[in-house]
Design a protein around this ligand. Sequence first.
Ligand SMILES: [Zn+2]
Length: 112
Amino acid sequence: MARKVYVTLTVKAIILADDDANVQEIIDELDYNFSDTTGKAEVLDTTLEESEITDSKLKEYDKATGPCPYCGRKEHWYNDVPLRAFCWGTEKKPHREWHKKVPGKLQPYKEA
Ligand SMILES: [Zn+2]
């Protein structure tokens, strides 16, 4: 006899990401696979239900630039010299480009 058990796991991941990578996008596209090593069970399915970026340089930038005034998104895409936060909304709800320079001492590029 086998029984189905639903388990909620909390997993902490350390991700080394490129400076210009969108960490939320990486999380959304993560491939993960849990498997039993005791031989007494089989993991039928796993779904990532919740994720939070707990510490990163990008999180500091996100905090400093604040939410997007158009869609309220708090995690941005970063590019440009000097470094800027960008948002265009989501694929389903796009909006015109918003960008804001990473302020003050967090700015990694010296201004000309
Ligand atoms: Zn936005």
